[in-house]
Design a binder for this molecule. Structure first.
Ligand code: SF4
Length: 279
């Protein structure tokens, strides 16, 4: 039966409520990350679908992904740096929409900054690998599967076939290099993509490559059966909790400096009485 939101914001913290929106049909790696960081964030983003304003970092990420996606749709011999640069102008139209520009309060200086950083990223990327020699099996690959009772969905940036004939998951990262003490977290999303590949394609990728294109560095990790089982199990456990919280009408908030720092829902949470850290 459809749920109806019946609480009043500001007095709802800790109180069960009901939702007028249906539960999402599937769980993606990024939504799983949201949930693991803070179930309330998942509630706002995925159940209530409260729009999150674009940030400079997210817009630049989408901008650069657009350029690389278009580049890899070309036949391998055509994937030159000049052709990559040709996709910058279309990316301006496609990604920097009026809504995005408004969210960013984008002026000409900000646009020039983004274009300059994109040019640096393109240059660094071509120093990392020659896309004309990459055997790509697909880009922006949409994979949906049900593992056990858990519906999963994800979009892979790129799936390659290496020289030994093995599948390799490639994910572009436009942010800074992560702390290597947290590799398990760094590779978590991509490892769930490996679960998707195994279930959907019947073949398990053997390696993950995270391309930190702003720094020109690649982080690599082998995929093992143990990791695949652990990621599938974590996703299933999270999905069970999501269904339970949805039925209970309450996704608990778990505020912390790390979780809240870049969260778009701080004002909403504070209004609901959640003790969101000030920094
Ligand atoms: S601001 Fe903090 S507590 Fe609120 S949803 Fe975001 S991460 Fe959770």
């Amino acid at each position: 039966m459809p749920k109806v939101r019946e609480h009043v914001r500001g007095v709802s913290y800790g109180w069960p409520m009901t939702f007028e929106q249906p539960l999402p049909k599937s769980l993606s790696p990024s939504r799983l990350s949201d949930f693991q960081a803070c179930p309330r964030r998942y509630q706002h983003a995925s159940v209530e679908r409260i729009a999150q304003p674009a940030s400079y970092a997210s817009a630049k990420g989408r901008f650069v992904h657009f350029v690389f996606e278009k580049l890899y749709l070309l036949p391998a011999p055509d994937r030159t740096i000049e052709r990559a640069r040709d996709y910058v102008a279309p990316a301006i139209d496609e990604i920097l929409t009026d809504d995005v520009r408004k969210d960013l309060a984008m002026d000409d200086a900000m646009l020039q900054r983004m274009l300059g950083e994109t040019e640096e990223i393109i240059t660094r990327y071509f120093q990392m690998e020659d896309p004309r020699t990459v055997n790509s099996e697909g880009v922006e690959l949409r994979l949906g599967v049900t593992v056990g009772a858990t519906p999963l969905f994800g979009i892979l940036d790129r799936l390659d076939r290496d020289a030994d004939g093995n599948l390799v998951i490639v994910d572009y990262k436009t942010g800074g290099l992560p702390n290597r003490n947290y590799d398990s977290q760094t590779f978590a999303n991509a490892e769930l993509y490996a679960v998707l590949c195994q279930e959907k394609l019947g073949e398990t990728p053997t390696k993950i490559r995270l391309l930190y294109v702003a720094q020109g560095e690649a982080l690599e990790r082998d995929v093992t059966d143990v990791v695949i089982r652990a990621r599938a199990s974590a996703a299933s456990g999270a999905w069970e909790r999501i269904k339970r919280y949805y039925d209970d009408g309450d996704f608990p908030a778990t505020p912390s400096s790390n979780a809240c720092r870049f969260c778009s829902y701080k004002d909403l949470c504070r209004a609901d009485g959640v003790p969101v850290p000030m920094r």
